[in-house]
Ligand binder design. Sequence first.
Ligand SMILES: Cc1cc2nc3c(=O)[nH]c(=O)nc-3n(C[C@H](O)[C@H](O)[C@H](O)COP(=O)(O)OP(=O)(O)OC[C@H]3O[C@@H](n4cnc5c(N)ncnc54)[C@H](O)[C@@H]3O)c2cc1C
Length: 464
Amino acid sequence: MIENSVLRELRSIVGREWVHTEPEDLLCYGFDATFRESLPDAVVSPATTEEVSRIMQVAYREEIPVVPRGLGSGLAGGSIPIHGGIVLNLTRMNRILEIDRANMVAVVQAGVVTADLQAEVARHGLYYPPDPSSQRHSSIGGNIACNAGGPHCLKYGVTADYVLGLEVVLADGRILRTGGKTIKRAVGYRLSDLFIGSEGTLGVITEAILRLIPPPKATCTAMAVFPRLNDAGVAVTRILEAGIIPVALEIMDDTTIATVEAHKKMGLPLDVEAILVIETDGEPEQARREIEQIAEICRQNGAREVRVAADEKEGAALMAARKSVSPSLARRRPNKLGEDITVPRSAIPEAVARIKEVSRRYNLPIPIFGHIGDGNLHPNILFDRRDAEEFARVEQAAEAIFRVAMELGGVLSGEHGVGLLKRDFIEENLGPVALEVMRAIKRTLDPKGILNPGKVLPEGGGER
Ligand SMILES: Cc1cc2nc3c(=O)[nH]c(=O)nc-3n(C[C@H](O)[C@H](O)[C@H](O)COP(=O)(O)OP(=O)(O)OC[C@H]3O[C@@H](n4cnc5c(N)ncnc54)[C@H](O)[C@@H]3O)c2cc1C
């Protein structure tokens, strides 16, 4: 519960209409893209960094939990207010403040929708590569807070690789500015990096300075169909050994193919173990030459069929199979738990085999797809939350998938973050010393433990 006098103070900062406490409003901010829910006590929607700073001063004084929230598309439970308090809704801070062509940077507020930034940057003849599939319904602040990735990260890197500087409001309301428009900096610690991937637990990101690059002139796409998944894994290794870095190198396993085909009727083959969808980009001739080389490597390594798109329109049609995965899964069962493990690339075939064994052991459908070039797989456990017995099996299956990743030398998450759902495994994954260092950083930046409590770090470490 937040005292009425405190609510009045919050209203005086942002205006009456931007503080919500009615149950029907709170409901809208109590969930993300997972199946977990919890209500905040208030939703506060600031318009400026100054307002965020003043809200944090109040929350710090009163020791009220604050959960920063972008568009709530997170897949780790990160923006769910499990300890109540304030949900700090940053979607009003959605202005692109500057596109500086000479220095190839954009300065944006945290609530800008990623796809809006990409479109605006394109109008200036530039390119912002990080491309989470949720780009139309996630924010730059959320992308930075989770270090979001996407299909194009194999060639271009993840969100972290494009953050030159940040404006962050600290737990006590102080405003910190890190980095700047320069590409190189060697003055002190790289403070921006502290907040990238911190999932709202160390500060509220209010602005970002982002690196832009010239856009590729052409994109070429191919789809390769592999009767055996192992062969697809070998083909990926051979492609990269040949010195080609595709812009996207995506895999769909047999369960995923069947699920997409049932929903979309695209004519995908149902008697194979894997499909690779591959994109090259760059100068037109080079992109075309590389996709032909890749097609040949796939044929030599067990692909039954390789389709190379004649043009970008046909390429988009091939990529549509991969892009249809999420909506298709949603049709198969009422709920899904989308995991995000990353393993060394060479371990992908073994990881897939072991996850299929998990699927059999717990009797749950687990389509596996993802960014094979990065070693980043998205096994999605499909289930019906209303069935308590089934849900218990889901949690066991998720834990078994985490173990697969860790035993193969990988990590719990490649791009979605830890949030609430994976926090209890972070010590096992990173070790006790890493956890202690993270706790020390958390205590220094957030001594009262008000910023997104209960996320990333397991509870019970004294943070709150
Ligand atoms: C269909 C679908 C596809 C997806 N595809 C991808 C994908 O390809 N790649 C990928 O990486 N992710 C993907 N995601 C996951 C999700 O979209 C990303 O994690 C995204 O970065 C979250 O952004 P958001 O604005 O929705 O953040 P939210 O969900 O609102 O918040 C996520 C976390 O970031 C924190 N946070 C948000 N804004 C701020 C801020 N300004 N300051 C400090 N902390 C903040 C929150 O506290 C929370 O911990 C997908 C999700 C869905 C539903």
